[in-house]
Ligand binder design. Sequence first.
Ligand code: 5GP
Ligand code: MN
Length: 359
Amino acid sequence: MTDEILPLLLRHERFVITTHIRPDGDAIGSQVALGRFLQALGKEVALLNSDPPPGNLAWLPGIEQVETFEGAPEHLKQIAGADVVIIADTNALERIGKLADPVTNSGALKVLIDHHTGPENWFDATYARDTASSTGELVYELIAAHDADAIDDPIATALYAAILTDTGSFRYSSVTPSVHRIAADLMERGDLLPEVIHSHLYDTKSLQGLRLLSRSLDTLQLRYDGRVGYMVVSRRMMKETDASSDDTEGFVSYVHSIDGVRVALLFTETASGTKISFRSKGDMHVNEWAQAFGGGGHRNASGAYVREPLDEVIDQVLAAAPEFLDLDDGEPTDDEMSQDDEDYLALLQAMRAQESRSP
Ligand code: 5GP
Ligand code: MN
């Protein structure tokens, strides 16, 4: 409840606010909004993250206050000396990256503001609801419970960007009448132009990124009678298109957009393993499946990182699908398995053909 956490925030002075590695619009928007709200109350606030914000948030008012933590003495002092460390938009220690050790060692109260499932148990206070559309929605509730007039243009813009990001532009099942009311209130209080915010966030793709998408789309495969779809981004594709891992943002939604696909996966090869993105629709949940591979997230959007090569991870994750999804007829039959093998061969051939086509 807001009436437990608000007094705690109001009676302390020195804050560090952090969020997850590879932060997105919800992470940064929530952090910036909360930071500005606390600063307006005269608090000392540092915004410290393990990774820098993505390029498509460079325009966000207040983004210049977000600093990247690399172990600088000044930052270590801020964390050690804080009264409160707020962890926003993740509930897992390993997801705050390089801040994990200094935050653990700090005597500060650790406050969680988050909407993921299965929170860890090292927090002193939490404002969390896994049915919330976004951490931005929760930050809005906190600020509005104190004083809705504190929501000025920069706060409204940051929260609108946060909610827009995590609702897939107001299209996921987490979107409730309340989310739309919050969006309407933010529009009025901030005098916002949704078209402009949307364009800043989504019409800033790089040519390299779209070339990478084109390569990745060539790897698209369907399994389990077309209910599970996946595609792949290899390091080689990334190198040859001169794209970066940030450019893969949103790729998985192309798999999801195929008629009949209930679960979409994206496998991204990294220097030391494989990143998996899981997306699903409705009551088909993917969070436990992601957890089985060491990850987590939301029921309809999860992720995991596995220190194993791409091809092995693809096989393992797909083979495990029937354990976590209601695919009607359960285990794939022998016929389906041999079809899977054929699909996989086709995928490898497509990837090879692509690689031999490129310079
Ligand atoms: P994405 O596929 O966009 O990277 O991640 C989707 C969601 O899954 C994120 O919002 C995050 O909550 C969760 N997630 C992604 N990667 C990991 C991971 O490695 N560990 C955990 N616990 N959650 C993850
Ligand atoms: Mn979020």
